[in-house]
Design a binder for this molecule. Structure first.
Ligand code: FAD
Length: 377
């Protein structure tokens, strides 16, 4: 009988694993892939995400420090840089592998290359089934990401208005050419997809290029991706990966009596910019902290509900206001996208959000009263 089984070894699973290991829980983490594995992602690892780690990220993982953004909309372009770093670009295969090693060094057990097929919740335990084995634990954290189906034992499936579709490819290029294209900033293209955007991120020796948009409005996504690539001068035949992403800020059930969802499985993703790594790490940590309170300090089983309230208190508001900003912007793109691509302050202040210097709420509070003035210009 383990204290805890964690399903999935992405940022949510490794965040939970490291926290559980540090607190001394008998923990088993089960991951279906053998790491390092590919993960479809833009790879923007924000200061917000880094702030949750109790260790430094080695230089070799940090491919490019990002200080700013260049934003495009219908021929308008604006670029703004901060004097401090807002994120670093990483390859997820390398980052996730490192985060998992940091979880492993706390002494937790891991099974790699073993897919969890199902789990069954009993009164005093949970049984987790893989192809060849069954494992038993007092608690389970489902950190399977956005594409797994185990989470739907706890919460209903998202509708097409509650998740996004992303397409992404990695395009090799010389560092010098990349650096000439864009320097220490990310490239964002508004108007490419409803409730989403297109991106070109300058990594070490490759660009991450992709589009994302709300599923119910993104018809023919592969065609749109091809058009986006061509419009930006990428005319080769690139392998494109498709992935879904939950839209955060929507109320979802995230726990039962012994099972907790964290990261993408819980729907914890910024609806405006798609940032999910920060919320995955932190929600995994919170889940492990709450479970250790029950196991190590004899708190009642109902204390598991604290997971929901702590997540809500720490980042619920940020997810809610990122959803509000996304809805406002995309409801009236003809008004807001030109504002976003003509007023330096609007971008300048927004960059403070991933840098953890501003919340979405304080950004909106600053932004909304300024709208009429800009519209008159
Ligand atoms: C195209 C794209 C671009 C993105 N860009 C960014 C970005 O630039 N910055 C950012 O912060 N966020 C970004 N995100 C969001 C970010 O990738 C996710 O929010 C983050 O990966 C969530 O972490 P997670 O641990 O919850 O899930 P994941 O990272 O998906 O990890 C889940 C893990 O569980 C494993 N697993 C799944 N099912 C099982 C099973 N049944 N048994 C065992 N193991 C299982 C998987 O193999 C995987 O390793 C992007 C997402 C997409 C799709």
């Amino acid at each position: 009988m383990y204290d805890l089984i964690i399903i999935g070894g992405g940022p949510a699973g490794s965040g939970a694993g490291r926290q559980a290991g540090k607190m001394g829980l008998e923990t088993l983490l089960i991951e279906k892939e053998v790491f390092p594995r590919y993960k479809a992602c833009g790879g923007a690892f924000s200061e917000h995400a880094i702030s949750y780690l109790d260790f430094a990220i080695p230089q070799y993982i940090q491919e490019k420090n990002i200080f700013g953004a260049r934003v495009h909309f219908k021929g308008r372009v604006i670029e703004k840089h901060k004097e401090y770093r807002i994120s670093t670009l990483v390859s997820r295969s390398t980052l996730d592998n490192y985060l998992l090693q940091k979880a492993k060094e706390t002494g937790i057990e891991m099974k790699m290359g073993e897919k969890v097929l199902d789990f069954k919740e009993n009164q005093d335990s949970v049984i987790v089934y893989t192809h060849d084995n069954a494992y038993k634990a007092k608690f389970v954290i489902v950190a399977e990401g956005s594409q797994g189906r185990l989470k739907n034992r706890i919460r209903r499936k998202d509708t097409k208005g509650e998740y996004g579709i992303c397409l992404v490819t990695e395009i090799e290029e010389d560092n010098e050419i990349i650096d000439n294209y864009i320097h220490n900033a990310i490239d964002i293209h508004l108007g490419v997809a409803k409730r989403g955007y297109g991106w070109i991120f300058p990594h070490e020796k490759y660009y991450s290029v992709g589009i994302a948009g709300i599923a119910k409005e993104l018809s023919n996504p592969r065609r749109r991706m091809k058009d986006f690539l061509a419009a930006n001068g990428f005319t080769g035949n690139y392998p494109v990966n498709a992935h879904v992403i939950p839209i955060g800020g929507i109320k979802r059930n995230i726990l039962s009596s012994r099972v907790v969802l964290s990261g993408d499985a819980a729907g914890f993703v910024d609806a405006f910019c798609g940032e999910g790594i920060a919320y995955a790490i932190r929600s995994g940590q919170i889940a492990a902290e709450v479970i250790s309170g029950i196991i190590l300090y004899g708190k009642s089983l109902s204390t598991l509900n604290d997971y929901k309230s702590i997540c809500e208190a720490e980042f619920g508001e940020n997810l809610k206001y990122s959803l509000i900003l996304s809805k406002i912007m995309h409801q009236f793109p003809g008004i807001f996208f030109p504002i976003f691509t003509s007023n330096e302050d609007v971008i300048d202040k927004y960059l403070e959000v991933p840098a953890l210097k501003k919340t979405y709420k304080s950004y909106l509070k600053w932004f909304l009263p300024r709208i009429p003035k800009y519209l008159l210009v």
